[in-house]
Design a protein. Structure first.
Length: 301
């Protein structure tokens, strides 16, 4: 069942409710052609809504400039019966990091599938150029999607997220991982994280997640390219099996925020660490995504 609560095909955002009543905030460029366009799914972190994440991370402007449809998605609150709050009741994706809950959690993979179908029914979408992007546990959810529904995604990108689910033998799409070197909630070396409102949080080391993706994508052991700057480190593994690739960007002075000048999130600096303008995360990600298309799709402009 799909309900459209607000719509304006001329370019303003529209909100579509799908599956369990959660919204999908859709932005289509005002001058968009009637020909199929890429679709970028943007999974909000715990403190953002579907609509907020498109604005905060600059996806609306990037969609207008580059000619794609951007769709913001949001997780359900940890306690669905109470209002969502960034610290007391954050929105939580079922990315595989938490043990099985006493009460069943929403089927987030089904929500993403429903979002793709709903947007594709309302707008001309190229099925070979569907991408997923996420921040924090939204980034972890994107990595789960790359494992569990690789046939729908042409490429994916995760910021401050880890892989928490096992592989299933299918070849994942090309992947970009971005981490902050000063992130207190996703530390480079992993281990116990202590912060108000956070308990028993032990993320893995960044290199552990990178290593799992090298294996999953069938990449060579050593990167094909490595560039180290004073604020940013870049690694690229390519070609991987089937022409795939893995790109990893480490922004040394970035905390638990979206990278870029407007990347501050809902958490205060005392909890999330510093922001950084060393990398424009949205531009970096779109540059990576646009190079990839599944069979039947064409590289985006």
């Amino acid at each position: 069942m799909v309900a459209v609560s607000a719509a304006n095909p001329a370019g303003a955002a529209e909100t579509i409710e799908v599956a369990d009543g959660r919204p999908v905030a859709v932005h289509r460029p005002a001058d968009a052609p009637d020909t199929p366009m890429p679709l970028v799914l943007v999974l909000a972190g715990g403190g953002d809504t579907a609509e907020d994440v498109l604005k905060r991370q600059g996806w609306t402007g990037t969609a207008d400039a580059s000619g794609f449809v951007a769709a913001g998605l949001e997780a359900m609150p940890a306690d669905p019966g109470a209002p969502a709050q960034p610290l007391r009741n954050p929105r939580v994706w079922t990315d595989g990091s938490a043990p099985p809950a006493a009460k069943p959690r929403p089927d987030d993979v089904a929500y993403v599938r429903a979002a793709i179908e709903a947007v594709s029914r309302r707008h001309p979408i190229d099925p070979g150029r569907i991408y997923a992007v996420g921040f924090a546990d939204g980034g972890g959810m994107v990595q789960r999607l790359a494992v569990e529904m690789p046939g729908r995604l042409a490429a994916a990108a995760s910021v401050a997220g880890h892989l928490h689910v096992p592989g299933n033998g299918e070849r994942p799409p090309p992947l970009l991982l971005i981490f902050g070197g000063s992130d207190p909630l996703v530390p480079l070396n992993g281990g116990q994280v202590s912060a108000p409102g956070i308990s028993d949080h032990r993320p893995p080391a960044v290199l552990a997640t990178v290593g799992r993706w090298i294996a999953a994508l069938g990449c060579p052991d050593a990167p094909a390219a490595a560039v180290d700057g004073p604020r940013v480190e870049r690694r690229l593994w390519a070609p991987c099996a089937g022409g795939g690739e893995l790109a990893v960007v480490l922004v040394r002075d970035l905390g638990h925020h979206w990278p870029g000048s407007g990347g501050g999130g809902p958490l205060p600096a005392r909890l999330a660490g510093p922001t950084s303008d060393a990398v424009d995360g949205t531009a970096e990600i779109w540059t990576f995504l646009r190079r990839h298309a599944r069979t039947g799709g064409a590289a985006a402009r």
